[in-house]
Design a protein around this ligand. Structure first.
Ligand code: FEO
Length: 170
């Protein structure tokens, strides 16, 4: 089924945003690996993979509708942060930005009356609700860690939580 050009464009743009999120989390994983916090690093790596899976979901949606996609260069992600709190705060802010991008995508889809795209967008919005809650709860935990010992405990816990395959919530 064909979709309007405007809708195809905004979904194509969202692929870029999801890949940017993936790259951003990979940068965060690199920070934690360099800090000797492998549990945090694995957790962020799995989120990086999850964002990549989000991009692929959009890619498949457009490919199935015969849309010729185009891509832009990705900006190098940051790998230097002040602290674990700084990273998780930035990650939560990033998720909030993605939520706004998805809402903007929804606006375009509604304006174009592209009803067939709505189930997928609902899936993405639900995913954002889960992810914002998750990052926000990890932020609470990192903020409560007042010593290196606390941080190492949390690192161990997050390492156990990180799915080995990454896109487990797919
Ligand atoms: Fe796919 Fe967490 O945004």
């Amino acid at each position: 089924m064909r979709i309007s050009e405007k809708v195809a464009e905004v979904i194509n743009q969202q692929i870029h945003h999801e890949l940017t999120a993936s790259y951003t989390y990979l940068g965060m994983a690199a920070y934690f690996d360099a800090e000797g916090l492998g549990g945090f690093a694995n957790w962020f790596r799995s989120h990086s993979e999850e964002e990549n899976a989000h991009a692929m979901r959009l890619y498949e949606y457009l490919a199935a509708r015969g849309v010729k996609m185009g891509f832009q260069a990705l900006e190098a992600p940051k790998t230097d942060y002040e602290s674990a709190v700084d990273v998780v705060k930035a990650a939560l802010a990033h998720e909030q930005k993605v939520t706004d991008q998805i809402k903007a995508m929804f606006d375009v889809v509604m304006d174009a009356r592209e009803y067939t795209a709505q189930p997928m967008l609902h899936w993405f919005l639900n995913e954002q609700i889960e992810e914002e809650e998750l990052f926000s709860s990890v932020l609470d935990q990192v903020e409560a860690a007042t010593s290196r010992f606390d941080l190492l405990q949390l690192d161990k816990e997050l390492g156990q939580r990180a799915p080995s395959s990454g896109a487990s919530e797919e």
